[in-house]
Ligand binder design. Structure first.
Ligand code: DC
Length: 216
């Protein structure tokens, strides 16, 4: 893995990972992989089949067989365009249970490594990228922001009540960081980037400046 350029971006929901990650990928002319979208894709498939997201055995079976394709921001699940639905309330509230399933994680980690190898490198975003998926990544970042800032950004984007959104963000962080398998954590060797109070451009420039031999 060390001969290809992999930028690993981990961190909690709503910290700006996607926006920053996509901008960094564009500047480096690299592909961008949103691994959260893959967990959401499996969740979409589980709900479509009428299964219970916490039914470990059935969900593992779905993950092993499901066809998930990522093309830019478009995500197709078994040939059905799920781009919009994977961001909806139903999938969002069920995805933590699916992401806590170890068989699902093993399968998706395998697919993520394959995806990146086939493209000769990428900027990869998730929760366990620097710790599990690509521990030897060229650059490992832990992108974060305060829960209040994250809630304010989300409300500016899609509306809602800041306090309520903040509470749901804190709850999702708690679930993601206390699960047994691959909890959200700062990987060893990762650099913490707190985006609170910085513009996207400032954060992107800061990250590009950290690359080995300044590849930005
Ligand atoms: O980044 P996101 O909100 O789209 O992620 C959706 C869910 O999947 C969230 O509960 C965290 C989980 N996830 C994960 O466990 N591991 C990853 N590599 C990416 C996301």
């Amino acid at each position: 893995m060390s001969d290809i350029l992999v930028v690993a971006i981990d961190g909690p929901a709503g910290a700006g990972k996607s926006t920053v990650g996509r901008a960094v990928a564009a500047r480096l002319d690299l592909e961008y992989l949103d691994t959260g979208a893959m967990y959401r894709g499996v969740t979409f498939g589980v709900l479509r089949r009428g299964l219970d997201p916490s039914d470990v055995t059935s969900v593992a079976r779905v993950a092993a067989a499901i066809d998930i394709r990522l093309d830019g921001e478009r995500l197709t699940v078994d040939g059905v365009d799920a781009t919009i639905e994977i961001r909806g309330r139903e999938v969002t509230s069920a995805v933590s249970a699916v992401a806590a399933n170890s068989s699902v994680r093993t399968e998706l980690v395998r697919r993520q490594r394959e995806w990146v190898a086939a493209r000769g490198g990428a900027v990869v975003e998730g929760r366990d990228i620097g710790s599990v998926v690509f521990p030897d990544a060229s650059l490992k970042l832990y992108v974060t922001a305060s829960p209040r800032v994250r809630a304010e950004r989300r409300v500016a984007d899609i509306g809602g009540d800041v306090k309520e959104v903040e509470a749901s963000i804190i709850e999702r962080d708690r679930k993601d960081s206390t699960r047994d398998d691959s909890p959200l954590t700062e990987a060893s060797g990762s650099i913490v980037v707190d985006t609170s109070g910085f513009s996207i451009n400032e954060v992107v420039e800061h990250i590009l400046g950290m690359l080995p031999h300044d590849q930005g």
